[in-house]
Design a protein around this ligand. Structure first.
Ligand code: LMR
Length: 416
């Protein structure tokens, strides 16, 4: 090629490869945090994303996690790849947390568990496995559900439908309609259920409804997929896993996507697990081998750090006890804020009943605030929430609660 031809190539390359790429829409949850970060107002409050903030408004590193990190820093002696299914010991510790140490499922080796990149990674691996091996092309989500559920499942080629769940008129469940809808789903439909602390509403299923769902799933040949991102945030580690253990006792085979983001406060370490409860040790081994192939196809093998910290904490009686105390503290502080919030809202806005929020559990509350009110809170008061009206109660503290309550009272005043 001569010099003149080279300059022709340069001319031809002035059109960017990316000139036709449109701007993406901001993420409905993490986009709110981006806007919050960009806001320089000192009074700003982020009630958007589901992260725990302590009484001083900090997103803390738990003491148990700090101690595990110190141990790990002193003992890590290689940076070679992890096995495809993750840190040895982590998956067993996760199974014990989900199903209980003495569970016959574990003795029979019927659970296939694999370390994942957060709970989202578990959802992704689960749906990829379902699409390949179980013939399921449809996922049914609660209405409403976590915004990213639809995105993850649709991206894997699944058709996404919804079942009735939340009733804005009663601020409660549409249990009968939900059961009716589930009982009409076609075989092999994946049903995404929230084990506790339903995201976004905070409204959980009661034991009888869970039992009815288990019966429908068994009878209709549905694929239960339980999202368990908030273990320990409703009533405690054991009680919160009751639906999962009940499904197992009923002999159902199903998936669980679990996460340590919230319970260990290690959001950025992206640390979760996918568990498949299978019919036999052989099935579990086969499932593990296939999920490992899917991991290899997507990200090859998982990162190490968060899972090492979790393993260290869960295998040390002392650190585990400390972690459980810290988890209890988080749960109790959120509950305290929830009660205070409802009582202060009641005083500031006498005509409106917010007591339904007391029956909601976990980090979130579906507040019933309209998108318009949420926008006003952002624009006038620098308070950030989701436009669906979901607020993160775990972001409230003694210093910001009056400011938030007064802002809501002001935004709800009829405009003259
Ligand atoms: C949330 O719902 O706020 C959290 O689960 C964070 C996220 O990734 O959306």
């Amino acid at each position: 090629m001569n010099v003149a031809a080279l300059s022709d190539v340069k001319e031809a390359m002035v059109t960017s490869l990316f000139s036709e790429v449109p701007a993406g829409i901001p993420d409905p949850i993490l986009g709110v945090t981006e806007a919050f970060r960009a806001d320089t107002n000192p009074d700003k409050v982020n009630l958007g994303v589901g992260v725990y903030q302590d009484a001083s408004g900090k997103i803390p590193v738990l003491e148990a996690v700090k101690r595990a990190a110190a141990q790990w820093a002193a003992s890590e002696d290689t940076k070679t790849y992890l096995p495809i299914d993750g840190v040895p010991g982590y998956n067993t510790a996760t199974q014990e947390l989900l199903f209980g140490k003495g569970s016959p499922l574990l003795a029979e080796k019927r659970v296939a568990t694999i370390q994942t990149v957060g709970g989202s990674g578990a959802l992704k691996l689960g749906i990829e496995f379902i699409r390949r091996f179980l013939g399921g092309d449809t996922v049914c989500l609660s209405d409403p559900s976590w915004e990213n559920h639809r995105v993850i499942f649709e991206a894997a080629g699944a058709k996404v439908e919804s079942y009735p769940y939340y009733d804005p008129k009663t601020n409660g469940l549409r249990a009968a309609e939900m059961l009716d809808c589930l009982s009409k789903l076609k075989r092999n439909t994946t049903v995404l259920l929230h084990s506790c602390c339903h995201n976004p509403t905070g409204v959980d299923l009661d034991g009888a409804t869970w039992e009815a769902i288990a019966g429908i799933c068994a009878e209709r040949g549905l694929i239960p997929f339980i999202d368990f991102a908030y273990q320990g945030f409703a009533e405690g580690l054991e009680k919160d896993s009751a639906p999962i253990r009940m499904f197992a006792e009923r002999g159902l085979t199903f998936f669980v996507a679990s996460s340590y983001s919230k319970s260990f406060g290690i959001y950025r370490e992206r640390c979760g697990a996918l568990s498949a409860v299978t019919g036999s040790a052989k099935e579990a081994a086969n499932v593990t081998s296939q999920v490992k192939r899917i991991v290899r196809m997507i990200y090859s093998s998982p990162p190490s750090y968060g899972a090492q910290l979790v393993s260290i904490v869960l295998s040390s009686p002392e650190l585990r006890a400390l972690w459980e105390r810290e988890l209890t503290e988080m749960r109790e502080r959120i509950l305290e804020m929830r009660k205070l919030f409802v009582s202060k809202l009641g005083q500031a806005i006498p005509g409106r009943d917010f007591s339904f929020m007391l029956t909601q559990r976990g980090m979130f509350s579906y507040s019933g605030l309209s998108a318009e009110v949420v926008r006003e809170l952002r624009d006038r008061f620098h308070i950030y929430a989701l436009e669906t009206g979901r607020i993160c109660v775990a972001a409230l503290n003694q210093k910001n609660i009056d400011y938030v309550v007064n802002a809501i009272a002001s935004a709800l005043k009829p405009k003259s």
